[in-house]
Design a protein around this ligand. Structure first.
Ligand code: NAD
Length: 249
């Protein structure tokens, strides 16, 4: 099984790459550094160069795609957060779709976030392409908004592809982690705007998740046991979603 993993150099992407290799898969990692394919997914040119390099390397045939590359709310430029988390992710998804259609039992998993539920698509400025104007009004918490909008948009865009992708024989799902111990979360903890709130919030399971726990769910979703699982979002958050939105699912 040949699987592309973006964000493979760190955190959830690295754990997923390791787990896939341990299970016998060939992994093609894509990242800004320490990867088989070095690419910057924050621009359409960078995303296209990643797609071209992946297709070249795998001969136009892929069995799995896992899109983990992303930036956290603490990153100073909120436009960059939307560029990587939303535009770059969707560009890879669509660019690699033809190769997945030629794969064996093909499936893709996109790493979204519990933050995807913090806004609705109706109030998400990305829906109408109005994110720049909305960010101009957002002030110092623009990063948190950009993060929630980008994750909401990525989950919506996965769900909107459910009919077309199933028709082509390719399964597609999202995972939505809560707080997971990675450099991205550490960036939030170190940021005076967000650190205290992250530290003070306790999930029903009172600890942070590990990248290996997310990797386990991703491997399940890629595999044959998940053959009827499609267009779904899986919360993996120690119970945060159930705690904060018990009536919404
Ligand atoms: P991480 O920082 O450990 O890894 C992210 C990887 O993405 C890094 O290797 C980084 O180099 C890469 N990346 C960033 N910008 C890129 C670009 N322009 N082009 C190519 N690669 C780029 O973070 P992580 O926590 O493992 O995050 C993985 C995914 O999980 C992200 O999409 C993140 O939003 C999501 N997530 C994380 C948490 C958490 O608490 N850690 C919670 C919910 C969702």
């Amino acid at each position: 099984m040949t699987v592309v993993v973006t964000g493979s150099a760190s955190g959830i992407g690295a754990a997923t790459s390791n787990a896939l290799r341990a299970a016998g898969s060939e992994v093609v990692g894509v990242d800004l550094r320490d990867a088989d394919i070095i690419a910057d997914l924050s621009s359409s040119e960078g995303a296209q160069s990643a797609v071209d390099a992946v297709l070249d390397r795998c001969g136009g045939v892929l069995d799995g795609v896992v899109l983990c590359a992303g930036l956290g709310p603490h990153v100073p430029d909120p436009r960059l957060i939307i560029a990587v988390n939303y535009h770059g992710t969707v560009a890879l998804l669509d660019g690699l779709f033809p190769a997945l259609q030629k794969g064996a039992n093909p499936a893709a998993v996109v790493v979204s976030s519990v933050a995807s539920t913090h806004v609705t698509w109706d109030e998400n400025p990305i829906a109408a392409g109005g994110e720049d104007a909305a960010l101009a009004a957002a002030g110092e918490y623009g990063g948190a908004l950009a993060y929630a909008w980008s994750k909401n948009a990525v989950t919506v865009n996965v769900r909107k592809r459910a009919a077309e992708w199933a028709g082509a024989g390719v399964r597609l799902n999202t995972v939505a982690p809560g707080s997971i111990d990675t450099p991205l979360l550490q960036g939030g903890l170190d940021d005076p705007r967000f650190g205290e709130a992250i530290r003070n919030f306790t999930a029903p399971i009172p600890r942070r998740g590990t990248p290996d726990e997310i990797a386990s769910l991703i491997l399940y979703l890629l595999g044959p046991q998940a053959g009827f699982v499609h267009g779904a979002q899986f919360m993996i958050d120690g119970g945060v979603d159930a705690l904060t939105r018990p009536t919404k699912f």
